[in-house]
Design a protein around this ligand. Structure first.
Ligand SMILES: Cc1cc2nc3c(=O)[nH]c(=O)nc-3n(C[C@H](O)[C@H](O)[C@H](O)COP(=O)(O)O)c2cc1C
Length: 328
């Protein structure tokens, strides 16, 4: 059911990937996504101590026998841990799937490939996707501007990016940004993607370690509840328009420097919000699709409902297209 080059590449049941999410994509959520037939990703950058990343990988292995991978942001990492050091842990632990993001993966391709790792590169622009394809990645996750995390400076939506990526690239494309249910899953496949990657939808599930207060607040949040912050720093992040976001936007309008913004954008502040439930304490990255998230189901319920409702929708589309009648 919904077999594509992505299900084959990663050895997964459904072409549904859980985007790496800072404080949330820990062993519990990641293994739940993989156990439900998708692919969970652990964000390496959340582990400034290499041993902690190793422990999280080992814990995840105890919770699932299904494939899972590591999200590797190629920016400079806190406390001086290098990308090479992260890669050494990844290889040491026998991880076979890596999602790169943030910069060109070129310097790391050979080592990963020589060790049998499948590489998907996540990017918000087709021109960067083309470079990643040329240097040897196996798949591209293309991220529209409605998505959470860092959707780039171009402000192009998934509706345009997905078909553009699909017609430009030879390797399979995974659609990210604005996807939450069977409708958007099927839309992404219709636009040429061979899989989807969701952050926001999985952030608001039973297995997500987000504080119940923030999950409830996000269920109530409309599609207009987010804004792009930190554009002045050249790497915008889509986040909830809470008090921290409003302060950041005001400071940016006044031309604040990165040092002036730092107290508001620090990871610890975001953690206070996500895990501590202090909703206004820091940056709460979330996508526009939060406006379509109305409940807090289990991960399995999310994935099962996408797959089964997509079948029903397909039948409906077949009926209205007249295909069924033509066969009679
Ligand atoms: C709370 C949260 C934290 C995120 N953290 C990261 C991250 O650490 N690294 C990354 O590459 N993307 C991160 N993202 C982005 C997701 O992996 C994914 O690309 C994005 O959420 C897809 O868009 P959607 O939210 O509309 O589904 C995060 C998203 C959310 C909601």
């Amino acid at each position: 059911m919904f077999d594509t080059r992505i299900t084959k590449l990663f050895g997964i049941k459904y072409p549904i990937i859980g985007g790496g999410m800072q404080f949330l994509s820990r062993a519990g959520l990641v293994s739940a996504i993989s156990n439900a037939g998708g692919l969970g990703l652990i964000p390496a950058a959340m582990f400034p101590e290499l041993d902690d990343l190793r422990k999280e990988i080992r814990l995840t292995k105890t919770l699932t026998k299904k494939p899972f991978g590591i999200n590797l942001t190629l920016f400079q990492h806190p406390r001086g841990v290098t990308i090479e050091q992260y890669i050494d842990v990844i290889l040491d632990e026998g991880i076979k799937i890596v999602e790169t993001a943030g910069r060109s993966p070129e310097p790391y391709i050979k080592k990963l490939k020589d060790n049998g790792v499948i590489i998907m590169h996540k990017t918000p622009a087709v021109r960067f996707a083309k470079t990643a394809e040329r240097v040897g990645v196996d798949a591209i996750a293309i991220l529209g501007m409605e998505g959470a995390g860092h959707p780039g400076m171009d402000d192009v939506t998934s509706m345009v990016l997905i078909p553009l990526a699909a017609e430009t690239l030879k390797i399979p494309v995974v659609a990210a940004g604005g996807i939450s249910n069977a409708r958007s899953f099927l839309a992404a496949l219709s636009l040429g993607a061979e899989g989807i990657l969701m952050g926001t939808r999985f952030a608001i599930t039973q297995e997500s370690p987000a504080h119940p207060k923030i999950k409830e607040a996000l269920v109530q949040a409309p599609e207009t509840a987010t804004a792009l912050l930190e554009r002045s720093l050249g790497n915008p992040i889509r986040a909830l328009k809470n008090k921290a976001a409003q302060t950041i936007l005001e400071l940016e309008t006044k031309g604040a420097t990165s040092d002036e913004l730092l107290p508001y954008i620090r990871g610890e502040q975001g953690k206070k919000a996500w895990i501590g439930g202090e909703i206004d304490a820091g940056v709460v990255s979330i996508g526009e699709v939060v406006g379509l998230v109305h409940n807090i189901p289990t991960v399995k319920e999310v994935i099962d409902s996408i797959v089964s409702e997509a079948q029903t929708l397909l039948e409906h589309l077949t009926t209205i297209s007249g295909t069924k009648q033509a066969k009679r």
